[in-house]
Design a protein around this ligand. Structure first.
Ligand SMILES: [Zn+2]
Length: 199
């Protein structure tokens, strides 16, 4: 084999990144998400706000007691967030406020599946992204976020919402997609994040 060919092969084997790696580099530089092999640019308000979410497994995740989940579904949170949620639910219960959770930890892979399902139902990416965070941008991937039921616009009119506004911060939970956000994320009154007790 000629020396030049050998050098070329060494370059290919050791230095030329795989297509996956190129795609990963592109995703970081251009802020694109890939859904079913199609590349979409990430628009505002998500642009520039990709989360550095850990890839979580059980443990450190803890199962939310099923009496607090809709249809007794199996939902998970990081332990501290889960314990704070249980304590908060206990106090709410004493005041006759019963709340339920219909979503908590979601990996970015799961977030991608939400897009795939909605697109199969005929929705456009540009439409979905107006109110669903793209994979890699959802706070649900942090393992500290819950969605209370009903997880839609009606929630803002419920006694649970009023109760949370008054008491949740005592347990370290905060509304992180509020009505008048600094950046223009959609208002999700049902979406609360455990940030720990703040001074
Ligand atoms: Zn949410």
């Amino acid at each position: 084999m000629q020396a030049i060919t050998k050098l070329f092969l060494i370059f290919v084997v050791f230095f030329a990144p795989s297509t996956d790696l190129w795609a990963a580099i592109d995703e970081v530089q251009e802020e694109i998400v890939v859904i079913s092999d199609v590349r979409y640019p990430v628009p505002p308000p998500w642009q520039g706000h990709k989360l550095d979410a850990p890839s979580l497994t059980v443990p450190p995740l803890m199962k939310i007691p099923v009496n607090l989940t809709e249809n007794e579904s199996k939902l998970y949170l990081l332990k501290d967030a889960c314990l704070a949620l249980i304590a908060m639910a206990d106090e709410a219960e004493k005041e006759n406020v019963h709340f339920q959770i219909d979503s908590s930890y979601r990996s970015s892979w799961y977030q991608k599946k939400i897009f795939m399902r909605m697109m199969r139902e005929g929705r456009e990416f540009e439409d979905i992204i107006r109110y669903v965070a793209p994979p890699g941008y959802s706070e649900h991937a942090l393992g500290t976020v819950v969605d209370f039921t009903p997880s839609n616009w009606r929630f803002a009119g419920t006694s649970t919402y009023t109760w949370l506004q008054m008491h949740a911060k005592k347990y370290g939970f905060f509304e992180t997609l509020p009505q008048y956000p600094k950046r223009k994320t959609p208002w999700e009154a049902w979406h609360w994040q455990y940030l720990g007790i703040q001074d």
